[in-house]
Write a protein that binds this ligand. Structure first.
Ligand code: FVH
Length: 300
């Protein structure tokens, strides 16, 4: 009988979980495991943050090492990779299943996986695609990318699915972080465009941002489908495939965008770097392509 099988015979029949880190995200995660009757041991660097969860049924541990000793499945949700190293420095990880939901770079995730392996633990890295209010609310659509040990993911998949949906993206421990950062980077690009658009209308008394917002949201939703064409072009290597609005036409339009920004008293500092890349690609590859060639310009 393995340690995990033994643990499943706890009174609730649910897998015990140890959770290190009770910040906004850790607390949200903790509540879902408590609500689902998983025995939960918690630890936080600042002990006061555990008090409410203890009132809700969590078991407090006096140290991170003590918390790790309490369960085979150890989930970590701390500020950054350095805090994970600090928190786990004195813990005995032999035989543990370590799931790290801390946001890191792919390289940090791979190094942490190796670090865990050297200490005798199986390792799964996670990238959370949700904010705390979405945790434990399936209809909110939040989920977690996981990568690393397939065995760990398969063994604890049910427990890991309690707070949010799960998407396993492969054995490479860095791939959850890479998916996470790639999606969030696209989000920041979208926010940049949104902020520029609101700046453009902000001085017009007769345009209410609240009335404008649904137009913006609908337009972004309509354009989002374009990622599939981009992916298809990248896979085929043919950036003219299925092109609707070719690069020459789009570059010809950029002075209108810059002039409009100027006329509205808005800095073009968010738009200009992208327009510069479009112009460079036009000069290098001609005008028949889609915007996809910009991807190649970004590769170093
Ligand atoms: N909150 C969010 O919207 C995002 C959603 C996507 C995923 N992120 C990532 O989740 C990690 C934790 O985020 P969080 O929201 O819980 O963050 P905080 O509320 O700031 O809590 C930070 C916890 O980390 C502890 N901590 C910090 N440094 C150390 C250290 N050196 N040793 C041990 N623990 C440390 C901190 O403890 P304390 O300040 O209460 O003592 C909190 O428990 C994060 O990677 C996000 O990027 C959240």
């Amino acid at each position: 009988m393995t340690a995990n099988t033994r643990e499943k015979t706890s009174t609730s029949g649910k897998t015990p979980v140890t959770l290190l880190g009770l910040g906004a995200m850790g607390t949200a995660l903790a509540r879902t495991w408590l609500a689902a009757d998983h025995p939960l041991t918690v630890w936080n660097r600042t002990p006061g943050r555990a008090a409410r969860l203890v009132g809700e049924g969590a078991k407090p541990a006096g140290s991170a090492a003590e918390a790790v000793a309490a369960s085979t499945l150890v989930v970590v949700c701390l500020l950054d990779d350095a805090s994970v190293g600090e928190a786990l420095a004195e813990a005995d990880l032999a035989g543990k299943d370590l799931v790290n939901l801390t946001t890191t770079t792919p390289a940090q995730a791979r190094a942490r996986a190796e670090w865990a392996r050297e200490r005798g633990a199986r390792y799964l890295d996670g990238g959370i695609m949700a904010v705390p209010p979405m945790i434990g609310v399936p209809e909110a659509g939040g989920y977690v990318f996981y990568s690393g040990s397939t065995e760990l993911f398969e063994e604890h998949g049910e427990t890991l699915a309690v707070p949010a949906g799960t998407r396993y993206v492969g054995e490479d421990a860095g791939h959850a972080a890479l998916h996470d950062v790639a999606l969030l980077s696209a989000m920041y690009g979208m926010f940049a465009g949104v902020h520029h658009a609101f700046a453009l209308i902000s001085k017009e008394e007769s345009i209410d941002p609240v009335t404008f917002a649904p137009l913006l949201a609908e337009w972004l939703s309509a354009m989002a489908g374009g990622v599939h064409l981009t992916a298809d072009q990248l896979r085929s290597g043919d950036y003219t495939k299925g092109v609707v609005s070719h690069l020459a036409m789009q570059v010809a339009g950029t002075p209108t965008f810059l002039a409009t920004a100027e006329q509205q008293g808005v800095s073009a500092e968010l738009l200009r770097p992208y327009f510069d890349l479009m112009a460079r690609r036009l000069a290098e590859a001609g005008g028949e392509e889609d915007l996809t060639g910009v991807v190649d310009l970004l590769l170093r």
